[in-house]
Design a protein around this ligand. Structure first.
Ligand SMILES: NC(=O)c1ccc[n+]([C@@H]2O[C@H](COP(=O)([O-])OP(=O)(O)OC[C@H]3O[C@@H](n4cnc5c(N)ncnc54)[C@H](OP(=O)(O)O)[C@@H]3O)[C@@H](O)[C@H]2O)c1
Length: 449
């Protein structure tokens, strides 16, 4: 039975930005009007800030006051809730914090501002006693912040890992399917609208590092700003890497991972070889996936669309509805995890498996493997492919400390016909354990003991 629609509470929304996400939100506000009324309230967009008020936006903004001053919207005494879908780490943050500090709840899709200025948001929210919803900023349509903040509030987590950038996933998938190099795949992604005009944030891993910072904050209660996340993009992944990885039953993905270990917290974004048997290996094109691990529940996985007009606007709207009904209900401050801030683990001390690629003439492959062993690098598996008239050797190593691997790299660089050995980390920390425990065919008959 729906509630009576008389005595509707009107919640006046201010909004900063009306581009892809903001435009989508305006459409969804109209579409769900009856749902809001059935729950005793209505949402009315009353004040909007954009850069160019004259621009045609293809959405109905009748009756909405439009300005070019985000701060005027944030400080408007006649708004009850602020939506920030503008982006950036300066004026958007100032305006969002100004609204929060005077008790106006904020819904933000701005991963850059939130990940870089988290402390300011938390302070402003505490000052005004209002909440912040930021589901759309982390993985758009995957409701992972709600899960971390509420459903798993009292679970111990050891790992949050995922493929959380759709543009790079599209590019890597295209490279694999079309057999082309990175530049051609980037052009195709741009022509289909899967990248921004400036793709740097996506392809250099910065977008994924911002999202990982937000996920780790909710998972572990420690804020690690994106510039402290070990970040490598996909621009150096070559067709030969993809082919060698496939030969050894792996695919290359841009993986973001936050892990709590004995030494503290490590946050990393980098291309990684993912075995065919793993869920992340099957996440293609613009899809995102997130895996959570913890001793109490072992593993949970989430798959969905991590960007786009309606998936993102829908995540914004769900937060708006939550905060409209309970202004303190945001994921910030949300459920706080007690305990000291976790220290950051030194990447040099991480113990991982690695993929190495080098140009070696076929008759010299055994010499190369012997030379690797001489440097303390044990090969678990290897493969060769012919590419552009040269023979390439790919090797998956046993677990080795990152600092030792880096030292060994300089010792083996002479093995490569061109003098440059390429290194890509594996997604799993220890493939040998998996192989031995499950007696699976991860490395087929080529596992070298
Ligand atoms: N697009 C996605 O799939 C997606 C997914 C997750 C999160 N997000 C986040 O959502 C936010 C918005 O993304 P979007 O794709 O909607 O961006 P967008 O299409 O570029 O829209 C940005 C909007 O902000 C306005 N704006 C920018 N600077 C302004 C300023 N100084 N003063 C007033 N208005 C200003 C622009 O006005 P004009 O229109 O007049 O230029 C535009 O309406 C970003 O933080 C983004 O990271 C986006």
């Amino acid at each position: 039975m729906s509630r009576p629609t008389e005595n509707l509470q009107t919640i006046r929304l201010g909004m900063l930005g009306c581009g892809v996400v903001g435009g989508g939100l305006v459409k969804l506000l109209a579409k769900h009007r009856a749902d809001f009324r059935a729950n005793g309230f209505e949402l009315r967009l009353t004040h909007l800030a954009v850069r160019d008020p004259g621009k045609s936006r293809g959405v109905d903004l009748a009756g909405v006051r439009i300005s070019t001053d985000p701060m005027a919207v944030a400080t408007d005494p006649e708004i009850d809730l602020l939506v920030e879908v503008m982006g950036g780490n300066s004026i958007a943050v100032e305006a969002g914090c100004a609204a929060l500090a005077r008790g106006v709840p904020l819904v933000s899709a701005n991963k850059c501002g939130l990940a870089r200025s988290m402390g300011r948001y938390v302070e402003a929210a505490a000052q005004g006693g209002a909440g912040i919803g930021f589901e759309a900023a982390a993985a758009a349509h995957i409701p992972i912040i709600e899960v971390l903040d509420r459903s798993l509030a009292c679970e111990e987590l050891s790992l949050v890992k995922g493929v959380i950038n759709g543009s790079t996933n599209y590019i890597l998938t295209f490279m694999e399917r079309a057999g082309c190099e990175y530049e051609e795949a980037l052009k195709d992604a741009a022509s289909k609208g899967f990248t921004e005009a400036d793709p740097t944030l996506d392809v250099e891993g910065i977008d994924a590092a911002e999202k990982l910072s937000l996920l780790a904050y909710k998972a572990f209660g420690t804020h690690v700003p994106p510039d402290q996340v070990h970040t490598e993009g996909i621009t150096r992944v070559g067709q030969v890497d993809i082919r060698l990885a496939l030969e050894m039953d792996h695919r290359i993905k841009l993986v973001a991972a936050a892990r709590r270990g004995e030494e503290g917290l490590s946050l990393r974004v980098h291309p990684a070889l993912v075995h065919h048997g793993e869920l992340l290996a099957d996440v293609d094109s613009e899809f995102n996936a997130i895996i959570l691990e913890g001793p109490g529940f072992k593993e949970l996985t989430f798959l969905g669309k991590g960007a786009g007009e309606l998936p993102t606007a829908s995540a914004v709207l769900n937060d708006v509805v939550k905060l409209a009904q309970r202004p303190q209900a945001g994921a910030l401050p949300g459920f706080r995890r007690a305990g000291a801030k976790l220290p950051l683990a030194d990447t040099a001390n991480l113990r991982l498996c690695y993929f190495l690629r080098m140009q070696v003439e076929a008759p010299r492959v055994n010499d190369a493997l012997t030379a690797l062993a001489g440097q303390g690098v044990r090969a678990l598996s290897h493969a060769q492919v012919e590419h552009a008239g040269a023979n390439y050797l790919g090797v998956i190593t046993d677990v080795i400390e990152e600092s030792r691997m880096m030292a060994a790299l300089s010792g083996i660089s002479g093995l490569d016909g061109t003098g440059g050995v390429r290194l890509i980390r594996l997604d799993k920390d220890n493939y040998r354990d998996i192989v031995e425990r499950e007696q699976s065919s991860y490395f087929g008959s080529s596992i070298e003991r």
